[in-house]
Design a protein around this ligand. Structure first.
Ligand code: AGP
Length: 625
């Protein structure tokens, strides 16, 4: 998730764009860059660009130096900007956007899935790439069409020709040195909105980019192009056929705009989970095979693995517990899931045939980083699952699979957790593929089932109102228990963690089969117990045992709130409150069952008057042991 800004109007574009980037920094802060099309670009034949790795301040510092040396360098009333959350290519100056080729400059949010094939095609024409990003393919492709072929010399036609070659999810903005006063933009599956001013037109990843200048906006649909000038905009499809946009009036203030109209980033991030799952999957299935982001491990290395350890903390640890069921089922490898803070102190048995999977949103968690270092000292191979490109843990690993949840501002992990669960499935499939414990068609089928999950996660968001009502009803409870079996057990643990860290309420997750071994003594009249039901279509014995557990606790006075698949008759019969989620393959159910529990915890916290984004005593990344 990156921040994108465009401007065409009567004001100096640089100032408008930089100010807009300040309000888009929460969308990505690995690097920032600007491009201006003005008199200098007309003289030189290239767009005037400045870009820097790191926070926006690095860019503004560089701009100050540039302008002190050459005051007119960035003069011009057409410009665009970008704050990056790196997906392909480390956060460096070279990989920062805008990317340029010939007279073009491009900024991009999303993932160009077929970038490798397009890059090879263009390199065969002699095109030399400068960066490691997928984005550079877009600017080299449009330049290629501009200098050769049927669209030669035609800015807009070349942009359309390039767009039609791209697969994946993308918001792209194109400018050209010889065409001031025009920006060509396109969107597929990632956000882009138009701001309509008086003699000026804006583009933004969200309305925060231009809300201080205009509240008249136009939403773009899927696979649409918008060409903006100072006088207005034209919307078409990718074939160039005019299409209507959806005008609307922005009634949010700036702060609400950054949070998508919500009171807290976490609530927005819960709603970003379908995209987080979808983007994490994008580009990881090529040529009928699962591909990782950085694989310094051969398939033979993976075949040599005789044991897997997963090390992580908190929610990342819970995502690892889900992964265990998938990895063992698909690969027949023993898989242990360890709290990173305990791992290295228990002197684990590790060696060259051990694979350690380190899961971390921040990639900087000290407990997990030290566990990685210990594993490498013991000659184990390390695969990182991380949401932060270029962070310490991936840098010290042998292979990396990046989750693509985008920046997660809320301290409590939501979209990063679902992205971790998704990425862990890909790790399991990559292992099964390398070891031949699943045929290619079976791996492909699991991947296709995963591709269907974002739409189901979207559907589960509809449980929000019911969870909100429950939260208001139970906000005064002293404790709430969570039960689950199989992959529902880690979901129960995650639901309890969310409630603890957000609402400061005692909560505990249990494997339902453990109840009779002690915890059932906790059950008393009116005690709320949230039960995560396994699919009735999966392991029938698991389902029937959990029905028995529900009846056992109800017999002792518990109030049961049951998360169950649509059509689960037994759950409907016995639950005091039934929360229905769509049917999904057994192993993938955590992607759905977790969402109502996130919403519930956030709503209890709000009912108790707490800051959902910044819970007390907690930090987003724990960089001390
Ligand atoms: C989860 O809601 C917490 N914020 C916390 O448990 C977090 O998952 C844990 O600290 C691990 O962080 P990491 O993924 O950045 O390593």
């Amino acid at each position: 998730m990156c921040g994108i800004v465009g401007y065409v109007g009567h004001r100096p574009a640089l100032g408008v764009v930089v100010e807009a980037l300040r309000r888009m920094e929460y969308r990505g802060y690995d690097s920032a860059g600007v491009a201006v099309v003005g008199p200098r670009a007309a003289q030189t034949g290239v767009v005037t660009v400045e870009k820097r790795a790191g926070k926006l301040a690095n860019l503004t510092g560089a701009l100050q130096v540039d302008i002190a040396a050459d005051p007119d360098r960035f003069a011009g009333t057409t410009g665009m900007g970008h704050t990056r959350w790196a997906t392909h290519g480390r956060p460096t100056d070279r990989n920062a956007h805008p990317h340029v080729a010939g007279g073009f400059a491009v900024v991009h949010n999303g993932i160009i899935e077929n970038y490798a094939a397009l890059r090879a095609e263009l390199e065969a024409y002699g095109v030399e790439f400068e960066s490691d990003t997928d984005t550079e393919v877009a600017v080299q492709l449009v330049q290629h069409h501009y200098v050769a072929g049927s669209t030669a010399g035609d800015f807009e036609a070349s942009a359309y020709a390039a767009l039609r070659r791209l697969d994946g999810a993308f918001t792209l903005l194109f400018v050209h040195a010889a065409h001031p006063g025009t920006i060509v933009a396109a969107r597929r599956s990632t956000p882009l909105v138009v701001g309509v001013g008086d003699g000026e037109t804006f583009l933004g990843s969200d309305v925060a980019a231009f809300i201080e200048h205009t509240r008249d906006a136009v939403e773009l649909g899927q696979d649409q192009v918008v060409i903006i000038t100072a006088g207005g905009y034209l919307i078409t499809d990718f074939a160039g056929e005019p299409q209507p946009g959806t005008p609307f009036r922005i009634d949010w203030d700036l702060e609400a705009a950054e949070k998508g109209g919500h009171d807290y980033f976490m609530l927005k991030e819960i709603e970003e989970q379908p995209a987080a799952v979808e983007n994490t999957l994008l580009g990881h299935f090529e040529g009928g095979r699962i591909v990782l982001d950085e694989q310094r491990l051969s398939d033979q290395d993976l075949r040599d693995v005789d044991k897997v350890f997963i090390v992580a903390c908190g929610s990342a640890y819970h995502s690892g517990l889900v992964a265990k069921y998938a990895i063992e089922h698909w690969t027949r490898l023993p898989c242990e899931v360890e709290l990173a803070s305990e791992f290295r102190y228990r002197d684990p048995v590790l060696g060259r045939s051990t694979l350690v999977v380190a899961i971390s949103q921040s990639g900087e968690t000290a407990d997990t980083l030290e566990a990685v270092r210990h594993a490498r000292e013991q000659k184990a191979r390390v695969l990182a699952v991380c949401n932060t490109n270029g962070a310490q843990i991936p840098r010290e690993s042998d292979a990396v699979l990046y989750t693509r949840a985008g920046p997660e501002i809320g301290v409590a992990s939501t979209k990063a957790f679902l992205a971790q669960v998704t990425a862990n499935y890909l790790v399991g499939l990559a292992l099964a593929q390398a070891r031949g414990t699943k045929y290619p068609d079976e791996v492909a089928r699991e991947y296709r089932d995963l591709e269907a999950m974002p739409a189901l996660v979207e559907k589960v968001l509809a449980t929000g109102p019911a969870m909100r009502d429950l939260a208001r009803e139970l906000a005064g409870a002293d404790t709430i228990l969570f039960l689950g079996r199989h992959v529902g057990y880690p979901v129960a643990l995650e639901g309890a963690l969310k409630l603890k860290e957000l609402a400061y309420m005692h909560a505990e997750g249990f494997a339902a089969g453990e109840l009779k071994h002690g915890p059932i003594a906790l059950i008393e009249d009116g005690l709320p117990v949230i039960v995560v039901m396994p699919s009735p279509r999966g392991r029938a014995v698991l389902h029937s045992k959990l029905v028995s557990n529900i009846r056992e606790i109800q017999a002792r006075g518990a109030r049961t709130i049951v998360i169950a698949e649509e059509g689960d008759e037994a759950a409907a019969t016995h639950a005091d409150n039934l929360i229905q989620i769509p049917a999904a393959p057994t192993l993938f159910q955590p992607l759905l069952a977790t969402v109502p529990l996130q919403i519930f915890a956030a709503e209890v916290a709000q009912a108790r008057g707490y800051d959902v984004d910044k819970p007390r005593n907690l930090a987003k990344s724990v960089t001390v042991e």
